[in-house]
Design a binder for this molecule. Structure first.
Ligand SMILES: CSC[C@@H](O)[C@@H](O)C(=O)COP(=O)(O)O
Length: 338
């Protein structure tokens, strides 16, 4: 089943806020419904957001076909529904490029992006698994991963978790440590649900246990995804990723980032230039509706962090493995290391 698709004149998504308790499918028929689904993380993960952005523009093209001003405003609401994952704006922009050709052309472009992301996931799986096998000497590996980077974060397959699944298929996987990923528990809720469905052995760990497990020799490789990879190779991903990268460096194990080419952003020089979404106090100060901190407490809730290029062993895309010393300076990194 696809995480996001077009069916019968509307967008269908798996509602990721309902998992793992319920596999619920939502139909989104308007731009407003799409934007709301993106903001509350019913659809999430960089590649899935790219497709959501493109299909959101397809909805805008149908909804406001006779009113270019309202259509332009609707497109802008979609492309800025969340700020950090470059795929969202990029997917919206790609579909919007076909607006002059009419709603059917916009939809066709969005569906092309959907199909490309499916192919991309498969290619990342192959390249990533080849790299892990060569780095870890072919023995079954213990992987630590963060957030959710599986089919739920894409259309099918995923990024880092597609590599995990491919390693499992090859008999080259021992087990996965899924970092729970506070505050919204994409690891504990979504990654654990996907791994269970795939029959892959896993344990869930609190985010803070990652570095300790690595230092104790219980992890061979860290595999994560990305929401944006900057020109100098800095990786913006779910908050907690930086701590795992530092843990991996301390333990001397590879820290690998797996992402489609659509997540590479040569126009953003480095991680400091990226808008990091702050999702407000409630996600941190409450747990499933109950308050955990004393009344009056305030929170800081960056949804993403920046891992400096120098902490990344390699970036695996659908086309290449980017390795080597990070290159600093605007626009140089990704191209020079490709
Ligand atoms: C293939 S997914 C890579 C990233 O998008 C993922 O790790 C992540 O940070 C998702 O954040 P989210 O806030 O759940 O959309």
């Amino acid at each position: 089943m696809r995480t996001i698709d077009w069916a019968g004149g509307a967008v269908e998504i798996i509602d990721q806020t309902a998992l793992p308790e319920e596999l619920r499918v939502l139909r989104l028929s308007t731009v407003e419904e799409m934007v709301e689904a993106i903001r509350r993380l019913a659809v999430r993960g960089a590649p899935a957001l790219g497709v959501a952005g493109a299909l959101g523009v397809a909805l805008a093209a149908r909804q406001h076909s006779g009113d270019p001003d309202r259509r332009a405003a609707a497109v802008e609401t979609v492309r800025t529904a969340r700020p950090t994952a470059v795929n969202l704006a990029r997917g919206a922009d790609r579909a919007a490029g076909r607006l002059p050709d009419g709603p059917e052309a916009v939809l066709a472009e969005a569906l092309r992006l959907r199909d490309e992301e499916i192919e991309s996931s498969a290619a990342q799986a192959r390249l990533g698994a080849d790299l892990v096998v060569s780095l870890c000497g072919g023995r079954p590996v213990r992987v630590l991963t963060h957030c959710n980077t599986g089919a739920l974060a894409a259309v099918t397959g995923g990024t880092a978790l597609s590599v995990v699944a491919e390693l499992h298929r090859r008999g080259a996987l021992d087990e996965v440590i899924a970092s729970e990923t506070r505050p919204l528990l994409q690891g504990a809720r979504l990654t654990a649900w996907e791994l269970d469905g795939l029959g892959i052995p896993f344990r869930v760990a609190v985010d803070g246990a990652g570095a300790f497990l690595m230092s104790r020799g219980e992890v061979d490789v860290v595999l994560v995804g990305a929401d944006r990879i900057c020109a100098n190779g800095d990786v913006v991903n779910k908050v907690g990723t930086l701590a795992h990268a530092l843990g991996a460096r301390h333990a001397g194990i590879p820290f690998l980032v797996v992402a489609p080419e659509t997540t590479l952003d040569p126009t953003t020089p480095n991680g400091g230039a990226v808008e990091i979404e702050d999702r407000g106090d409630d996600e941190v100060l409450t747990f499933r509706g109950s308050r955990t901190a004393p009344p009056g407490s305030r929170a800081v809730n960056p949804a993403f962090d920046v891992t400096a290029a120098e902490l990344v062993t390699a970036i695996v895309t659908d086309r290449r493995v980017i390795t080597g010393a990070p290159v600093t300076g605007q626009g140089a990194g990704i191209a020079a290391r490709g």
